[in-house]
Every structure is written in structure tokens, then in C-alpha cells.
Design a protein around this ligand. Structure first.
Ligand code: NAP
Length: 296
């Protein structure tokens, strides 16, 4: 059976891994990235490098975007040479970036005007899972579009969960990352507290990591902080973005996400201290250093 033609828009940490995975699985692939240099390794692997999002979309039956935020997604789908201009009738559009519900609703309407279906299909998993085909897709949108997108999504992920109507996948993703962000911020404060109180950090963390607070998120962050390696898997400023989208969406549903607001303040402080482009685990170092400064 011939594989569908796929386009990937956005070759950052996640998009480049996903594109590499599709190429390795033999999908005819077109790619677009604002900074063209990032497409070079994929071109070497056989991908077609499009000059505009519209051109990439015109060459595909399934168009997947993996971009930073609402602003980037709007630019790539609806900008001057945006993907919607190139998408032929019936193309399945997959927004896998973590974006707001408000934007998904607007994009779904624009897609429908173009006689295309939109799936919101953000993911859990990070850099390694994107490159290894182990993402989990949280999907909203029409079942018929999901059936068309499945051959590509099932190469990129090992689980696809369809939540229902358009926007429902995005809502689930924001809930997931709001909890992850809160856990990261709580850990950062716990470590600042451990240091300030003179407890042995290693011994104290072994209690937290092996006890009730030791979630997979807490374990991952503790490992990264112990190694002192803040090479981005997920940049800190994007976690702040997810928390702010979650707060807005919670509020639209009359739920006041107070823990998310507290976590966002901690991530914003880390950004102000220059940690925005580091891995989000650097919130630990930023918070510990901030507490030390206050004490001195
Ligand atoms: P990233 O490495 O920072 O890549 C961001 C991508 O967005 C790049 O392709 C960048 O293009 C593009 N972009 C940013 N602003 C743009 C603009 N104004 N116009 C056009 N393109 C723009 O981010 P990532 O880690 O791959 O994350 C991508 C999405 O997946 C985000 O929504 C993130 O929240 C979500 N996500 C990330 C992870 C993770 O662990 N990393 C996990 C799950 C979900 P340039 O290269 O030209 O800058």
C-alpha cells in the first residue's frame, strides 16, 4: 500500500524528530521551517524542503504542524503564504503544537471554509519520544479525519486517544501540562527550602523521589538537576506559555487554576533571571539561586 504524502511544518525539537521518524518509515515527506537551516539534515535524508508553508501543504494529504505557540501557528497556517492557502480540498490538517482552545476554534473554522478537516492533536512525550515514535496523541476533531491521519500518527506515537469534538485534545493537553508545571514549580521551591534549611540535598531528594511526591515528572526533573544538564528537551518559556493558556482556558470554564497561577509566577521569575531558553528543569536552579540571593 502506498503511504500518504505528509508535510511537517516546524522543525524545532519536536518537529525535527517527528519528521525524521516519518522519513525513516518511508513516507513521502515535505517540510517547512522558518529558519531553513534546520531542514538541512532532513533534506539530506530525502525530504522535500518547501519554500513556504503553502507549498509544503500543497504537496501533502496530511499536514502536521509542530510550532511554538498561537502566534507561530497563526503565522504558519494563515500568514501571507500560509499552509491553508496551499492545502487542497480534503487535506487533513493536524495541529500538534500546544496552543489555546480559542485559537483551535478559529483555525477549525478557517479550515472548514477551505473544505479541510482540522484535528487538534497535541502530544505528551518529549524530544526522545518524538524521535522514537513514542508520543501519545490527544485528539479532538472529526473521526473521519483521524482515520485518514492514523497511518502517520501511528508511526509517530504509540497511543492515540480521541477525546471528541474539536478543541478537546488541546484542553486535555493544557490540563496535562498545567499539572506538570505545578509539579515542577513545587519541586523547585522544595529544593530551595531543602538548601536553605541546611538539609543534605541528596538525602532529602531520595526521600521525595522514592516517596509519595515522586511522580515521573519529579523524577525526571531531579535527574536533570543532579546532572546539571539543562540542554533543552522542552524550553522553559514554553512551559510558561502552557501555564498561561491553561489559566485562560480554565477561567473560560469558570475554574480558577490558582496553583497554575502560582507556578506561572515561578516560571516567569526564572525567565526574568535569564533561564527562558534552557530546559524547563532549570526552574530548579533559578528558584534556588533566587532564594539564596534573598537570604544574602
Ligand atoms: P522549539 O524547539 O522551540 O520549536 C519551535 C518551532 O516553532 C520552530 O520550528 C520555530 O521556528 C517555530 N516558530 C516559533 N515562532 C515562530 C513564528 N513566529 N513563525 C514561524 N515559526 C515559528 O519547540 P518544541 O519543543 O519543538 O515544541 C513545539 C510545540 O510542541 C510547542 O507547542 C510545545 O509546547 C509542544 N510540545 C513540546 C514538547 C517538548 O518536550 N519539547 C513536548 C510536548 C509538546 P524557527 O526554528 O524558525 O525558530
Amino acid at each position: 500500500m502506498t503511504q500518504p504524502r505528509v508535510a511537517i511544518l516546524g522543525l524545532g525539537i519536536m518537529g525535527s524528530g517527528m519528521a525524521g521518524r516519518l522519513l525513516a518509515a518511508g513516507f513521502p515527506l515535505s517540510v517547512y521551517n522558518r529558519n531553513r537551516d534546520k531542514a538541512k539534515p532532513l533534506a539530506d535524508g530525502g525530504a522535500y524542503v518547501a519554500g513556504t508553508p503553502a507549498e509544503a501543504a500543497s504537496r501533502a494529504e496530511i499536514v502536521i504542524s509542530m510550532l511554538a505557540d498561537d502566534v507561530a501557528s497563526r503565522e504558519i497556517w494563515l500568514g501571507e503564504n500560509g499552509a491553508l492557502k496551499g492545502a487542497v480540498v480534503g487535506t487533513v490538517l493536524v495541529e500538534s503544537s500546544t496552543v489555546s482552545g480559542l485559537w483551535i476554534r478559529e483555525l477549525a473554522t478557517a479550515a472548514a471554509e477551505r473544505k479541510c478537516d482540522l484535528l487538534d492533536a497535541p502530544v505528551t512525550g518529549s524530544k526522545a519520544q518524538a524521535a522514537g515514535g513514542e508520543l501519545v496523541f490527544l485528539v479532538g476533531g472529526p473521526e473521519r479525519a483521524l482515520e485518514i491521519a492514523k497511518p502517520a500518527l501511528s508511526v509517530l506515537g504509540n497511543r492515540i486517544v480521541h477525546f471528541g469534538a474539536s478543541g478537546s485534545g488541546s484542553t486535555m493537553k493544557l490540563i496535562n501540562n498545567f499539572m506538570s508545571g505545578v509539579q515542577g514549580a513545587a519541586l523547585a521551591e522544595a529544593i530551595a527550602f531543602i538548601d536553605a534549611s541546611g538539609l543534605n540535598r541528596e538525602k532529602a531528594l531520595s526521600i521525595l523521589v522514592n516517596g509519595a511526591p515522586g511522580s515521573p515528572m519529579v523524577k525526571t526533573l531531579v535527574t536533570r538537576a543532579a546532572a546539571g544538564d539543562f540542554t533543552p528537551n522542552f524550553v522553559l518559556r514554553l512551559m510558561a506559555k502552557d501555564l498561561s493558556y491553561a489559566i485562560k482556558e480554565g477561567s473560560d470554564h469558570h475554574v480558577d487554576l490558582r496553583t497554575a497561577a502560582a507556578a506561572l509566577a515561578i516560571f516567569k521569575q526564572a525567565i526574568a533571571a535569564g533561564y527562558g531558553e534552557k530546559d524547563f528543569s532549570a526552574v530548579i536552579e533559578a528558584t534556588a539561586n533566587g532564594a539564596k540571593k534573598l537570604a544574602s
